[in-house]
Design a protein around this ligand. Structure first.
Ligand code: PLP
Length: 373
């Protein structure tokens, strides 16, 4: 391996921002006070908690009181589904959601909740008419992800939320892949609940949030102390919350610049492969997360490609990070109806803002080298 290690799995996780780390350090060292306590030693933590909530709310067009800190995107998603389960609301979701939604939905279904999985188009889009037809009851929860982690497809969240509201239902979006990468204004979008996770936008791991629209009463998932106004118990991880707020602000401030950079890298990668006569099928919709590139190579195995790329110093994925221990075709590729010979040979390259043209050129020549053998 002559080049430096190339990390191209940013949909799985991202590098912690240097600014975020710097902002976190005081709360891991001297400012360790419990934000719930009334004394002077806790003032700094309490202030940091308040300021971080304001920063995060501003970044997504929410009110500070609408942000509830959680331990990760999975917890935020579980909370959204759990709320519907406890209220015995029917749930309508899509067949390409992350397992953080699908597993709790299975749990809800096993407990007698009505759960409907909507099909998607060959590019991964939910059809508005199909959604509408499935909103039969007076009220329920619709949960549709903002951007898919495996193929990058971005849904028309605003239209889907409007349709959901027309039927009197509540709308949740798993925006774990979107927050910090696509401009988001929750009030304009009209979502009632929205999940996010810091480590997908250069924040620390183990921290996320759930946006809950003001006025919506949503049952708590984690019970205990009175943190988060009694809605999510547990002593707050102030350092992680500060890191999340700093990383989100940094990413939101450079969202246009980052998008342009990723689009340029993505175009280079696809054109580079084409110029070298490497045949591939690109998965996902035209409206997709820039840098999230799902490629299928006929009669190959994604697993073997991943390991050979790894041996040559490039970290990519075969699909969802959570699927890395199984060699089954992912539920997302099944749901878009991808032919088996293509699905088996699928890899996901997810470029991040730190990737360079040089990285992309090495990825192109490495793929060519592996496929030529
Ligand atoms: N939802 C989506 C779309 C994701 O991509 C992920 C992580 O890959 C999650 C939820 C889970 O987030 P976390 O890793 O913070 O639990």
């Amino acid at each position: 391996m002559k080049h430096k290690l190339i990390y191209a799995d940013n949909a799985a996780t991202t590098k912690l921002s240097a600014l975020a780390l710097e902002a976190m350090l005081p709360y891991l060292k001297e400012e360790f006070g419990n934000a719930s306590q009334p004394y002077i030693s806790s003032r700094s933590s309490k202030r940091a908690l308040k300021e971080s909530r304001i920063i995060i709310a501003n970044c997504i067009g929410a009110l500070p009181d609408e942000i509830f800190f959680t331990s990760c995107g999975t917890e935020s998603d579980n909370w959204a589904i759990y709320g519907a389960l406890i209220q015995q609301l029917p749930i309508v979701t899509s067949s390409i959601e992350h397992h953080a939604i699908l597993r709790p939905c299975e749990y809800a279904a096993n407990r007698g909740n009505k759960v409907t999985l909507l099909p998607v188009s060959s590019t991964g889009l939910v059809d508005m008419k199909i959604l509408s037809r499935n909103l039969q009851e007076d009220c329920g929860l619709v949960s549709i992800m903002f951007a898919n982690n495996e193929i990058g497809t971005i849904q028309s969240i605003n239209d889907l939320a409007n349709e959901t509201h027309k039927k009197g239902w509540i709308f949740h979006s798993d925006a774990v892949q979107a927050v910090g990468h696509i401009p988001i204004d929750v009030h304009k979008l009209g979502v009632d609940l929205l999940s996010a996770s810091a480590h997908k936008f250069n924040g620390p791991k183990g921290i996320g949030f759930l946006y809950i629209k003001k006025g919506l009463k949503w049952p708590s998932l984690i019970l205990g102390g009175s943190q988060e106004k009694g809605h999510r118990a547990g002593t707050e991880n102030i350092a992680a919350i500060v890191g999340m707020a700093t990383a989100l602000q940094e990413n939101v401030d450079s969202i246009d610049h980052n998008s342009r950079h990723l689009k340029m890298l993505e175009t280079r990668l696809l054109e580079g492969l084409r110029l070298l006569d490497v045949y591939y099928h690109r998965n996902g919709d035209n409206n997709h997360l820039f840098g999230n590139i799902s490629l299928s190579f006929p009669f190959q195995t994604g697993e073997a490609l991943l390991h050979r790329m790894d041996l040559l110093g490039i970290s990519i994925s075969t699909g969802a990070a959570c699927n890395s221990e199984t060699t089954q075709i992912s539920h997302v590729l099944n749901a878009i109806g991808l032919d088996k010979t293509l699905a088996n040979g699928t890899i996901r390259i997810s470029l991040g803002k730190e990737n360079t043209l040089e990285d992309v050129d090495i990825i192109i020549s490495t793929i060519k080298k592996i496929l030529s053998k």
